[in-house]
Design a protein around this ligand. Structure first.
Ligand code: ATP
Ligand code: MG
Length: 658
């Protein structure tokens, strides 16, 4: 490293606040710090500003109806269509030739859809769905990787008022079945397979296995042909080839259906820490207004930008910030099919350079991988088109933040560290990039109009510097409406902890721990219950444990997360063999297979350690903290409160902590 470079690194390492770069502020969508006060004084009327970003078929009567809280309703009696807002209106405004989706395949092929072309495709697909008998309010399941047919199908569903339920393509057959059962979904669009690092992956066999677990009749399955001849498979009687079927509807005109603001736009199942996954219900008016507003205010998106969010559309981030938010604003949204290191570790930067990407939004786990690979990879490319960077999914450590700031943003791009959840529909806590100073590691203040704070166990706001729990006092347009078909669980999960139902005072509890500082900047510490965050994918420990103890020969299991340089956290399994069994390689393999089957490859354990006992407190609870420390290679604290302290060294010896 040169002396200059070393000086720069040293300066960056010490700096803990950063002003938004002048060049960014000059052109930012929002630059007036008065917006915070303005939203507070004019709440909930302030949210008209979000609704005004959209075109309504019928004006709403009221911004908010809180008469049946916490079943809030937004933009009541308004009528709107999401597909119209993401497509037709841009074409009508003369922007039909602007690029809507710029798709980059992993193997190097590309597909470009202008707004006009995307609209045509969406209409054909919408007509096809209608032809199959899909009616308004029927839930259509979409089980596809990052191919253009996925957003096309989403918008086609939205056009005819059929809510979609996207299941992440990496999820297992079981996960597909559970979600189709829960949503009573009778229609599925899937694909034959897809490519990863040049290899063809079979997706249709997994689909078919999942379909066997669906308890009701599935009327139609449409299969996108992604692999051509690379995979031989036969279509069952209720299965159709997508290209053949959609060709019958080429050139169709399908009028967008006017949906009530509160009609469901989609269901999105979260990973589910406790048993059954939660079907988060999002509605048309409020969700679309909120995803468009945050895309405008936080991501600073404008119609002539090229914007790239590298998330998978199978997660909420892809719904809100690859599809609905950016397309509602008429921008060019880049969609990348593959992995960040194929064919080489500069793939992301090659895509940025080639497409002259203005705004880039990714996850801390990706940034840690880029860091590990080295700054020489971004240095091979001209990244000067970038003007804003973002992160989402987990806390970003200051070292990774600064690396991102310097080596990707060249110290000229603000970074927005955006805290939000599947349930919130859009960003909640983050800086406004043209207004706020940035503090690496801290997400920032709550957005204008969002009344979030950090409280103690009694609901009292904690002092600056203290840790507590995030809560949100006011509702917001992008919030989930309920958990599908389960109002009771909706209340229990999110509104029980801090609300006073009798006084009709409702406080949303996201179940995340946090600290707050003297400037109201919130640093998220992680979640309250036990979840492991592997490469940004949140996995419930209980789910993994139940898979392991389902294996014959395993008596008990404890699953914890251990620090992992790249993935953030990795899965560690500690298991006790049943009497008559040993912790053999064969048992280990069966446990790993059970995890693969019930959760998917993302939950692949870093280590499975067999032990004759698990460290337990005197009251019989497994000491998870201790197991986490062992997995992470940390100093082990006092073990004298244990019922069986001698087991600790035994286990620690078996875990390689390199
Ligand atoms: P489930 O609730 O079923 O376990 P999940 O919470 O894992 O699912 P998401 O809704 O995708 O699924 O993740 C939201 C969570 O991710 C937040 O509650 C928070 O813990 C974490 N998170 C997201 N963005 C940030 C961020 N910028 N900083 C810190 N944590 C974040
Ligand atoms: Mg959650």
């Amino acid at each position: 490293m040169s002396q200059d470079n070393a000086d720069l690194e040293a300066r960056l390492a010490e700096q803990d606040t950063f002003e938004p770069p002048e060049s960014f502020v000059e052109q930012a969508n929002i630059t007036d710090p008065g917006i915070y006060e303005e939203f507070e004084e004019n709440w909930p009327g302030c949210w008209e500003r979000a609704a005004d970003l959209l075109s309504w078929d019928e004006e709403y009567d009221a911004v908010l109806d809180d008469s049946d809280a916490p079943f809030y309703e937004w933009f009541t009696n308004g009528e709107i269509n999401a597909s119209y807002n993401c497509l037709d209106r841009h074409v009508e405004d003369g922007a039909g030739d602007n690029v809507a989706i710029e798709w980059e395949g992993e193997l190097g092929e590309t597909r470009t859809y202008t707004y006009e072309e995307l609209l045509d495709e969406v209409e054909d697909t919408a007509a096809m769905l209608r032809g199959l008998g899909v009616e308004e309010d029927d839930i259509v399941t979409l089980y596809m990787p990052m191919i253009p047919e996925l957003p096309i199908a989403m918008l086609a569903c939205a056009r005819i008022g059929a809510p979609h339920s996207v299941v992440f393509a990496g999820f297992s057959a079981d996960a597909l079945a559970t979600r189709m059962n829960s949503a009573d979904s009778e229609y599925l669009i899937t694909c034959d397979g897809y490519y990863r690092r040049g290899d063809a992956l079979d997706h249709i066999s997994k689909t078919n296995e999942g379909l066997e677990g669906v308890e009701h009749e599935v009327s139609d399955v449409v299969v996108v042909d992604r692999l051509g001849d690379d995979l031989d498979h036969e279509l069952a009687d209720n299965q159709h080839d997508y290209d053949d079927l959609v060709a019958e509807y080429e050139g169709s005109t399908v009028e967008p259906v006017a949906r009530d603001s509160e009609d469901m736009l989609f269901l999105m199942y979260t990973s589910g820490t406790t048993g059954q996954p939660k079907g988060v219900k999002h509605t048309t008016g409020g969700y679309l207004a909120y995803s468009a507003w945050t895309s405008h205010a936080v991501l600073d998106i404008e119609a002539d930008d090229t914007y790239w969010c590298s998330a998978d559309i199978g997660w909420i981030t892809g719904h809100s910030y690859i599809v609905y938010g950016p397309l509602a604003l008429g921008t060019t949204s880049v969609m990348y099919e593959g992995t960040p290191d194929y064919p080489d570790k500069d793939r992301m930067w090659e895509i940025v350079e080639k497409n002259e990407v203005d705004i880039f939004y990714t996850a801390p786990t990706a940034i840690r991988a880029f860091m590990k690979w080295g700054e020489e990879y971004p240095a091979q490319h001209d990244l000067s088109s970038l003007r804003l960077l973002g992160t989402v999914g987990e806390p970003i450590n200051p070292r990774a933040w600064k690396w991102y700031y310097k080596h990707i943003g060249n110290e000229e791009c603000p970074i927005v560290d955006t805290w939000w959840q599947t349930e919130t529909g859009g960003m909640m806590i983050t800086t406004l990039p043209g207004v706020c100073e940035m503090k690496p590691g801290s997400a920032g203040p709550p957005l204008p109009g969002i009344d979030a704070q950090v409280v103690d166990a009694n609901g009292e706001e904690v002092d600056a510097g203290q840790a507590g729990y995030v809560t949100v006092n006011n509702p917001w347009p992008g919030m989930l409406r309920t958990l599908y078909d389960n109002d009771e669980r909706f209340i229990n999960e999110y509104w029980n902890e801090y609300s006073d139902a009798e006084a009709d005072e409702w406080v949303y509890f996201p179940e995340d721990g946090a600290k707050i500082d003297e400037d109201d900047y919130i640093t998220i510490l992680g979640r309250v219950d036990d979840v492991i965050n592997v490469s940004g994918h949140r996995l419930g420990t209980m789910e993994i444990e139940s898979a392991v103890v389902g294996v014959e020969g395993v008596a008990e299991a404890a699953v914890v997360g251990g620090d992992h340089e790249v993935k953030g956290e990795a899965v560690y399994v500690y298991a006790i063999p049943e009497d008559g069994y040993e912790g053999s390689a064969e048992l280990e393999e069966r446990a790993a297979e059970a995890i693969l089957d019930s959760i998917g490859p993302i939950a692949k354990p870093e280590e499975i350690v067999f032990t004759h006992e698990l460290p337990k407190t005197r009251s019989g609870k497994i000491m998870r903290r201790l197991l986490e420390d062992i997995a992470s290679g940390n100093e082990l604290g006092n073990t004298s409160t244990l019922r069986n302290p001698d087991v600790v060294d035994d286990i620690a010896e078996q875990v390689s902590t390199d």
